[in-house]
Every structure is written in C-alpha cells, then in structure tokens.
Design a protein around this ligand. Sequence first.
Ligand code: MN
Length: 249
Amino acid sequence: MKILVTNDDGIHSPGLWALARAAAAFGEVNVVAPSAEQSAMGHAISVYHPLRLKPFGFSPLPDIPAYTVTGTPADCSALGLYEFGADVVLSGVNLGSNIGHEIWHSGTVSAARQALLQGVPGIAFSTIASETADPDFELLAPWLSRCLDVLLLLLPQERLLFNVNLPPQPQGLRWAEQSTRHYFARRQAFTTPNGKVAYWFDVTPEVDPQEGSDRWAVEHGYVSITPLRMNLTAQRQLAGFREKVDFGE
Ligand code: MN
C-alpha cells in the first residue's frame, strides 16, 4: 500500500512524524508537507502563483522520503498525489482538535478531503495540544496504529473521508458524528502599539456537547472517528423544494 502523509502544521511538526512513523508499518510512505505553518487555511489552493516541491533534508525518519511544498495543505495533498501517487492520504496529526465547527476551517481535514477529490480516500488525524507542551506522541502511537488497523481495512469498500480526533490519554475508540451545537464566536478588540484598533477572533465551544458527537467522545477520553460526506446537499429539503416550487422550465 502506498501512503501519502501530509499536514497543516508544517514539515517540522512532531505530529507529522508521529503519523509517518505509524503509517510506515502499513506500507510505503511519502511525506509531503507545507514548508510553513498553514493551520486554519481550510481548503484553499494556490492558483495565482507557482509551487515549489523540495526534498526535506532534516527528516527525523531518514528512511521515509520527505518533501516540502510552498503552499497550502490541499496543495500538498494534490501535488503529492500527482508526483508520487498513493492508495490513501493521511493528514496530521494536527496539534489541536478538529471537531464540530472546526472541521470547516481545518487545513488538516481539507488535505484529506483533497485526496477524495482526486479519487483517493483520506483520513485526518488531530489531537489536543496546549501552548506549553507538545502532545505525548509515544503514548498516542498505539492508538494511531489501532485507528489505521480499522480504517485502512474499511477503505477499499468505503471510499470515504474519515476525521479522527485523539484525546491526550485515550481510553478507547468511538464512532461519532460531527457536533453541530452552536458555539460562541467572540470578536476581541484591542489597541495596537501605534494606537490603531485591531481585532482577534476567539471561539469558545458550547459546554455540554451532544452525546455521540465527536466533541462528546474526545471530552470523555475516547478517540472519535467520524466518516464525513463529500456531498453537502440538504437532500430532504431539496426533495421538498422540488415538490413545492416548480420552475416550469
Ligand atoms: Mn494545524
């Protein structure tokens, strides 16, 4: 099995190498990651400037070919697939969760989703990180392997996008749905050193997430695994609108 590993935190992230190390037990791995931090880029792609793909000379895993791309996570996934091919694209492990609303702006999930757009299944991995300490990837390594064990077996039948989130100290795995409870989005205003007003976005999820959701699972110490759809159509409403409004054309 050929595996492409990418992320949105950039080539130097310990999460990228933890995932590459876990993936190496399952097949032939290529790492193609952004040359700089690209978190919260969503599914942006570079269309107005060229991209460079360069061998990365400082890999902690010298047996695994690794490259940097001067672009977004989706660029890395796309270019990695064109250049090296893969049976699956793994993205992460992101230093920070990608649950509920976070899925919309996640570069990690978008890199995995780009794979689907090119006919290849994708799996996004994320974990909780604090400002002061990296996640304990030695502790998480067997959980990454467990997820890959389950999901790589499912992929030939289900060409899906999977979103996986790991709590700091997992105690089990759970199938989970995307949490859609509202969240508090705050706009913080502050004064810059030269006296101008500037703004900073801050998001606080609602407490008490619904049971069975990704946020609930991670808050209760479980690794959440969520299959995501590519087709965003509100099917029930579409059928209703087709009944109700006839354009007569
Ligand atoms: Mn990130």
